[in-house]
Design a binder for this molecule. Structure first.
Ligand code: PAZ
Length: 385
């Protein structure tokens, strides 16, 4: 998680610096926006995707909640950040029994949201349902069960265990303070489709905020999905037990005919395998930068597993989408180090010692963190995480 050193007031010009001294990265509004009347391939992809895929049932409700939240904080001159967090699912069936998922627990997003609140932002937390949430994250996944933090007091009340009390009180106060001031709006999603619809809607609502609206895209978003025309209604079957009921003998062919040597498991007839055919999810970062929130400050994340390609991919993303900052991280070291890749800046690695558990900004580094121009070797890390 990164904590930003922020200016006291909402910036009035489209250029503002939200990073501290040597971590400073100047964020300026993307300069060369395309002519708004011209239809680009990104516009066509957007139109097609949002026409062909069903809007989630919650879209209207979330849009209304987000609008009220944004209007409320804009009127108070407060900066607003949209933090996206957690993984998106890719359903394989309309009545979904099976889906593809990814590793993300929402640690980055939930922790970052706390730092943004501490820095004076109002936070819209668009997160994967049941992933980590700001404040409760300290307890929800920290032991086998949150009840391990509690015991019964002599008078029959529920009491926090002695060793957790001071930290729990601090976290509880921060949480209550955020709630009381209406500074945190949490909106859950599950599928990639829910995520994209709500992201677009909120990003568009943030447009009037200009550069005091920050989009911090930490969610692990699927690159592939099953398009609606190829998605089956019911649970995919693994046997032909229902074929005779459903079909004539013609369709009830489950035989060696469909056997092939298509891949490395020819011992299993193709008809018995589940072959999943996915389309690419359109890359909507371009649409977000150019159309949904063109004056907003946009920070995206790039996750890789191969250290050799991380910075290149982050740079590629920045060149392609022309936004303000890409934060790169490797799966194996993401809790201890990240790299900042920003226009006109040299790449900057920020890391903390493993025991610290979060990546923070420079102010918080002195107890052991450091900055450098090269990544850690994941093999050098101590055992543990
Ligand atoms: O949720 P988490 O803390 O386990 O992981 C965070 C993260 C690695 C998903 C995030 O830092 C990130 O890189 N998000 C973008 C992933 C992507 O390239 O799509």
């Amino acid at each position: 998680t990164l904590s930003f050193n922020l200016p006291e007031s909402v910036p009035s010009s489209p250029t503002s610096s939200v990073f501290s001294d040597s971590s400073e990265i100047t964020m300026s509004s993307a300069s060369s926006r395309p002519d708004s009347t011209r239809q680009t391939s990104a516009d066509v992809a957007e139109r097609d995707y949002f026409n062909e895929n069903p809007a989630p049932a919650s879209l209207e409700k979330y849009t209304k909640q987000a609008k009220e939240f944004i209007d409320f904080h804009a009127a108070a001159g407060r900066r607003v950040v949209l933090v996206t967090s957690g993984g998106t699912t890719v359903p394989l069936e309309r009545q979904t029994v099976r889906f593809i998922d990814n590793f993300s627990a929402g640690t980055r997003g939930a922790t970052s949201a706390e730092y943004f609140l501490e820095s004076g932002y109002a936070v819209i937390f668009l997160h994967r349902q049941f992933s980590l949430l700001p404040y409760s994250r300290h307890y929800s996944h920290a032991t086998d069960c949150f009840l391990d933090f509690l015991h019964e007091g002599p008078d029959g009340s529920v009491v926090a265990n002695e060793e957790y009390q001071s930290k729990m009180l601090k976290v509880l106060r921060q949480y209550n303070s955020a709630k009381k001031q209406n500074l945190l709006l949490t909106l859950p999603f599950t599928t990639i489709n829910d995520y994209l619809f709500v992201l677009r809607s909120i990003a568009q609502l943030m447009r009037p905020l200009g550069p005091s609206g920050l989009l911090y895209l930490a969610a692990a978003v699927s690159d592939f999905f099953v398009p609606p025309e190829r998605m089956v209604e019911h649970k995919i079957q693994s046997t032909n037990a229902t074929d005779s009921q459903k079909n004539s003998a013609k369709e009830n062919v489950e035989s060696e005919e469909t056997f092939d040597n298509f891949d490395s498991s020819p011992a299993v007839p193709r008809s018995k395998r589940l072959i999943v055919d996915l389309d690419p999810v359109p890359k909507f970062l371009k649409n977000l930068v150019d159309g949904w929130a063109p004056e907003g400050m946009i920070v995206s994340f790039k996750l890789e597993t191969d250290p050799e390609i991380l910075v290149h991919k982050a740079q590629y993303s920045l060149d392609r989408y022309q936004h303000h900052l890409v934060i790169g991280n490797l799966l194996s070291t993401r809790k201890w180090e990240v790299v900042f890749v920003a226009p006109g800046q040299s790449d900057k690695w920020i890391r903390v010692p493993r025991r610290r558990k979060t990546i923070v900004g420079k102010e918080n580094i002195p107890d052991g963190g450091e900055e450098s121009d090269r990544p850690l070797n994941p093999n050098d890390l101590p055992e543990g995480e």
